[in-house]
Design a protein around this ligand. Structure first.
Ligand code: FAD
Length: 604
């Protein structure tokens, strides 16, 4: 692959973490009392170095080689095992998990930045620790004492891997249609029987054992999601007290998918109990499976949004570097002069438009995701009186984090290919792979269509609209802060109108529902999520512009050149988004208010 430097946007990450979110103030929480900026900086620099030296070099190779299933064993691409070893030795599996379980215990926005860096370098590789971490977090929350003491440490240290096994051939979005059976055999143990498919990291050669978290149905369980329970099903049996490994557990990988992207991550068909001897332990109580999974979903969904940011964000950086380098054509002013000097494509207004579009979207979703992660952290660990307010914001924003960030991440990556021209379409540069890798983000962890239904049907409707009201209050506070910056006057009015449009459109859709028309709001759920996401990014970028404009004034002539340029461009980025992207909110609102039901009536 042609050498294009891996250069994650640490400057922007630091801007969000320190200047916008003031993460240092989280040290008032006892959990984070020992941390400071010096340590966070060191973590970010080290993560970037590790990603650059160890992960990015295996990304393209991993894509080309893919995973292999031979003789019932799955092998990861060349270089993955060595990278995994180095990764776990450096303690990177779980930057955000509490230290008592072997994690680094970092505040969520810093842990998220580390995740962004790794996923930007090799998103397929980063899914292995991501799933181990998700399994560990679930067991910390819902597992028995021995699961926490024996299993969690092994997941966090990278000794064992983890998976989430929901999907079955006939049960994708409709999780309640799961058929896998679980029959009790005493002492909290069950015999599991069924087939799961599309299981990420379902089998591989990186770890000594894999713990599968499997949704299954106990005898006489009611139909639908209420009848689902959750089980810990190991690849190899182990002693719950010591963790010592025993015999294989009748879990067989019968196939791996040949996919569009994320080829370094094994997507497996798993057969549980083909010979009737697959043992699993119940997690929580019978019938609590979905409830426990739901607890995990906010984090998991923010995690997929983060993949969109990571891939889209680095694709923007690749495109920026390429545009500075690639010589083609002359400046528009010299069009008629055949001998005029040739310029880098970054000189062309259309390329600059693409770059600023990418920058605005990458920075907008970074701000949204880091902010939501911080709110999630504060909803769990912050002052008691503030927790509920943060929880409301997280509930509302999670489907937007997942769906809008994954859609936007894909679109940024597509624009990056465009900036590279024909070279971008070929395997010589990384953006071709990144575009393929990023498509899955809108599909797994609940398709974006399902996220839209969650937003409109559950989150916005919840408690008579209380979550939305809480978010409107948040927007108003951001607008209030922006009003103190005269240079943002031109943008504030537009964001206010967008806020009102979002409120009015929500009200209108609720009206259809209240009148007994369930089909129309459901038809418009995705345009509604797109409208919501478009407005949210305007709010995020306005918030950033406020911080940047303040920093410009405070720093004055003493600001370093690079900082002054960074802040000025922050303000320009917000302006560009508000003036040229936000108008899309109006057309989406018009689409929603049109009342057009043709897709429902169409006679396909
Ligand atoms: C690479 C990869 C990795 C994966 N990793 C995992 C994993 O680790 N664990 C796991 O359990 N699963 C995993 N999945 C499965 C993934 O979560 C599912 O593919 C996803 O939930 C969609 O299910 P489906 O593919 O059956 O599509 P379907 O559910 O058949 O959906 C097809 C289309 O119909 C739409 N649709 C379906 N139902 C509705 C509805 N009620 N209303 C509106 N629209 C609807 C969907 O939005 C989608 O556009 C993975 C999939 C892939 C491809």
């Amino acid at each position: 692959m042609t050498g294009i430097a891996f250069d994650p946007d640490l400057r922007d990450m630091r801007f969000v973490i320190y200047e916008q979110l003031d993460v240092e103030s989280m040290s008032r929480i006892p959990l984070y009392a020992d941390f400071n900026r010096e340590l966070y900086d060191m973590v970010l620099d080290e993560a970037a170095r590790f990603a650059r030296e160890t992960l990015y070099p295996i990304n393209g190779k991993g894509d080309r080689a893919g995973c292999k299933l031979e003789g019932g064993k799955v092998t990861t691409p060349p270089g993955y095992r060595e990278a995994w070893q180095a990764f776990r030795e450096s303690g990177w599996v779980s930057p955000g998990t509490p230290q008592e379980y072997g994690g680094q215990g970092l505040p969520a926005p810093v842990a998220l930045a580390v995740g962004e860096i790794f996923s930007a370098a090799a998103t397929a590789f980063a899914m292995y620790p991501g799933l181990a971490r998700a399994a560990a977090d679930l067991l910390i929350h819902a597992g028995d004492g021995w699961m926490r003491s024996t299993v969690v440490h092994r997941l966090i240290s990278g000794e064992w891997g983890g998976t989430m096994c929901l999907t079955e051939p006939q049960a994708g979005s409709a999780v309640g249609d799961n058929r896998t059976q679980a029959r009790p055999i005493g002492e909290g143990k069950y015999l599991i029987e069924g087939t799961k498919m599309f299981i990420s990291a379902g089998d591989h050669d990186l770890t000594d054992n894999i713990v599968h978290l499997v949704l299954a149905r106990t005898p006489d369980a009611p139909p639908g999601i209420k009848g689902l329970s959750l089980f810990l099903v190991p690849k190899f049996r182990f002693d719950p007290e010591s963790g010592a490994l025993g015999e294989p557990n009748d879990v067989v990988c019968s196939g791996i998918e040949h996919k569009m992207g994320i080829n370094g991550n094994a997507t497996c068909v798993l057969n549980f109990g083909d010979t009737g001897d697959c043992q699993g332990w119940l997690i929580g109580e019978e019938g609590q499976g979905i409830q426990i999974m739901f607890h995990m979903m906010n984090e998991a969904r923010i995690g997929v949004g983060l993949q969109g940011l990571a891939v889209g964000g680095i694709a923007y950086r690749f495109a920026l570097a390429y545009a500075r380098d690639r010589i083609q054509g002359t400046r528009i002013e010299d069009l008629k002069d055949a001998l005029a000097p040739r310029v880098a494509i970054i000189e062309h207004p259309d390329v600059r438009r693409m770059l600023l579009w990418m920058k605005a979207h990458a920075e907008g979703i970074r701000s949204l995701l880091y902010t939501t992660a911080m709110y999630h952290d504060l909803s769990l660990n912050g002052p008691e009186a503030e927790r509920e307010g943060y929880k409301q914001l997280v509930e509302l924003l999670t489907p937007i984090c997942k769906a809008h960030s994954s859609d936007v991440g894909f679109e940024i990556t597509e624009q990056a290919v465009q900036v590279f021209g024909g070279y971008g379409y070929c395997g010589e540069y990384p953006v071709e792979q990144y575009l393929r890798d990023s498509k899955i983000f809108s599909i797994y962890e609940g398709t974006n269509g399902i996220q839209a239904l969650d937003l409109l049907g559950r989150k916005v409707a919840m408690g008579g609209g209380i979550l939305l009201m809480r978010y409107m209050q948040e927007i108003n506070e951001i607008l209030e802060a922006a009003r103190a910056r005269p240079s943002l006057a031109g943008e504030i009015g537009d964001v206010e109108k967008a806020r009102d449009l979002l409120g009015a459109t929500t009200f209108q859709l609720a009206g259809f529902g209240a009148a007994g028309d369930r089909a129309y709001p459901v038809l418009q759920a995705t345009p509604y999520l797109n409208l919501f996401g478009t407005v949210v990014l305007a709010v995020e970028l306005l918030k950033q512009a406020t911080v940047a404009d303040r920093a410009l004034e405070a720093g004055g002539a003493s600001l370093a050149d690079a900082d002054a340029r960074f802040y000025r461009d922050k303000v320009r980025t917000a302006r560009f988004y508000v003036k040229t992207v936000l108008p899309r909110a109006r057309s989406l609102a018009k689409q929603i208010e049109s009342g057009d039901r043709s897709p429902i009536e169409a006679e396909f």
